[in-house]
Design a protein around this ligand. Structure first.
Ligand SMILES: Nc1ncnc2c1ncn2[C@@H]1O[C@H](COP(=O)(O)OP(=O)(O)OP(=O)(O)O)[C@@H](O)[C@H]1O
Length: 239
């Protein structure tokens, strides 16, 4: 079981481009970290650096104390870290049941998916292509936990969902974390969701880490919320 994941002074990007600089953060099992920032700030790149999908120019990423910076991406997946990408990871031509089975570390694991996402239980014979956006997101998350990860990184899971569906998805994610003890990284643009769900937060602005601390501390930093995320985002969520 992976005990910790860590980014140590990471500069990362694509080719020669550096998209994020000086990212330092650690996460233990059961902890919930939110990553906030505007479009293009570098949130996804932080996740990609951990998974081997972005180039790390400086610093290291660690899984359970092991420096995995040079490790191929496919090997990292076996070390207990899973990611739910922004583009929902669902096979459109397979049924919900088949989608879960092909991702499962063990057959019975699909029961956990149905327990956490009852809506999927009602759609087991439906094709991935025939699911609503919210159901596809639920399936994408359920598929990720079929591999029995210790850490799950969710990249804007609520994007494009209605407020009601977004609430349903977050309710299941909360239940999942409580029942499995997973550590969770949540990339989000909605400040209220991060403040409500996460213990800690990282705020990025143009590739730089401008805040790292508890969500309680972030609540007391309207300056950070205003400049790095935008007052409108905060006020509209509080309306
Ligand atoms: N594959 C890529 N090749 C080159 N540049 C990229 C690539 N992916 C992202 N970038 C650039 O890296 C920077 C950070 O992008 P990133 O996707 O990490 O931001 P983000 O905060 O997740 O944004 P969003 O909220 O819009 O998803 C942006 O300037 C983006 O254009």
């Amino acid at each position: 079981m992976a005990k910790e994941i860590a980014w140590n002074s990471v500069d990362a990007g694509y080719g020669r481009t550096v998209a994020v600089e000086g990212i330092t953060v650690r996460l233990s099992p059961g902890e919930k970290l939110g990553i906030l920032g505007r479009n293009g700030a570098g949130k996804t790149t932080i996740l990609r650096a951990m998974m081997g999908d972005a180039k790390v120019h400086h610093g290291t990423v660690e899984i359970d104390g092991v420096d995995v910076t040079g490790m191929p991406a496919y090997q990292r997946n076996q070390l207990g870290v899973a990611v739910v990408p922004q583009t929902r990871d669902v096979f459109r031509s397979l049924t919900v049941r088949e989608n879960l089975i092909v991702a499962s570390a063990e057959r019975d694991r699909t029961k956990l998916a149905v327990k956490l996402f009852p809506r999927l239980g009602e759609r087991m014979q439906n094709l991935g292509a025939d699911l609503s956006g919210g159901e596809q997101q639920m399936l994408s998350i359920a598929r990720a936990i079929m591999t029995k990860p210790d850490f799950l990184m969710l990249d804007e899971p609520l994007e494009g969902l209605s407020p009601t569906l977004a609430q349903d998805v977050m309710k299941s994610v909360r239940k999942m974390v409580e029942e499995t003890g997973l550590g969770c990284v949540l990339v989000e643009q909605h400040v209220a969701t991060v403040l409500d769900f996460c213990d800690r937060a990282l705020v990025v602005q143009r590739g730089q880490m401008v805040f790292s601390g508890t969500t309680d501390e972030l609540r007391g930093r309207p300056d950070v919320l205003e400049s790095a995320i935008g007052l409108s985002a905060v006020s509209s969520e509080n309306e």
